[in-house]
Design a protein around this ligand. Structure first.
Ligand code: AMP
Ligand code: MN
Ligand code: MN
Ligand code: MN
Length: 279
């Protein structure tokens, strides 16, 4: 029997809504045997998650989801089995959090010009000292009645061309991979089918990622269709990359994504976690 894994999840250390303890307890109820906590540009939840996971006999993989800019597009790279104490990694994350802080102030200013006041302060209140994400703005804008749900708010305010969108630079692809690898981790392209890239461009991304020592792509993701998974399985094999599987769970508020209830990898995929599985 393959083990039950979920290698892409968020807690309140970034834009998830469960604490690391609540997340791990829920994973235990879901029968997850190997769980990665992969908060955006942040590792603050890992210590708590590891402690609770040990009590439940869950193998906790320390991870993160790094924001990267590649040829003008934002791409997410999951780092798995990292040493979260690594100073170069932490310095890099600190620079991304500073950019997030400046960007949040700028989003606040831009929304203010559109007649929506207090958004920056409200987002800070929601983030509670953790990283500032567009998701925090989204929750405020829904509550303030500017959109009917989080998806709608992104469409109306937070994506390219909309008033709350602030372009900027995250880490470079090579740089981001060097932080993950320097911390002993394995790099995985997160939800590759979600970038709305042409197949040619996506193949170029995967090729460059592989060239910089990237090891896997998410074949199974909460935001992939069956067809997406089959295509990504093919790419993994063509580029000789391992395959990962993660829900991208953010909490019970997004009921369309469940924790730890993922389909098996398609035949022929090499699971990225096979080297770490205990026993
Ligand atoms: P950020 O890293 O602050 O730019 O925020 C990106 C986060 O916003 C993602 O990790 C998702 O959790 C969330 N997000 C992005 N696009 C959407 C969308 N269309 N609907 C709902 N959530 C989204
Ligand atoms: Mn998120
Ligand atoms: Mn992502
Ligand atoms: Mn994610």
């Amino acid at each position: 029997m393959p083990i039950r894994v979920d290698l892409h999840t968020h807690s309140i250390a970034s834009d998830g809504t469960l604490s690391p303890t609540q997340l791990v307890e829920y994973a235990a109820r879901q029968g997850v045997e190997m769980l990665a906590l992969t908060d955006h540009d942040e590792t603050a939840g890992i210590a708590e998650a590891s402690e609770v996971a040990a009590q439940h006999g869950i193998q906790l993989i320390p991870g993160l989801e790094l924001s990267v800019t590649w040829n003008g597009a934002t791409v997410h790279i999951v780092g798995l089995n990292i040493d979260a104490e690594n100073p170069v990694l932490q310095a890099g994350l600190q620079s991304l959090r500073e950019f997030r802080h400046w960007r949040a102030e700028e989003i606040g200013r831009r929304l203010e010009k559109k007649g929506i006041g207090g958004a920056y302060e409200a987002a800070c209140e929601k983030a509670q000292g953790s990283i500032l994400s567009r998701t925090h703005f989204a929750h405020f804008l829904v509550e303030a009645g500017h959109a009917k749900n989080v998806r709608d708010v992104f469409k109306k305010f937070l994506v390219q061309g909309k008033p709350g969108h602030v372009p900027g630079q995250w880490a470079g692809l090579e740089e981001g991979l060097s932080w993950i690898q320097g911390a002993g981790g394995h790099a995985v392209i997160a939800h590759p089918a979600r970038y709305r890239m042409t197949n040619t461009r996506l193949r170029r991304l995967i090729g460059e990622f592989k060239g910089f020592g990237g090891e896997a792509i998410e074949v199974i993701s909460g935001s992939h269709s069956r067809d997406d998974a089959m295509l990504m399985a093919r790419y993994a094999q063509q580029f000789e990359l391992a395959a990962s599987s993660g829900s991208d769970y953010h909490g019970p508020e997004n009921p369309w994504i469940e924790l730890g209830a993922l389909p098996e990898l398609p035949d022929g995929c090499e699971p990225v976690w096979s080297k770490w599985a205990a026993q």
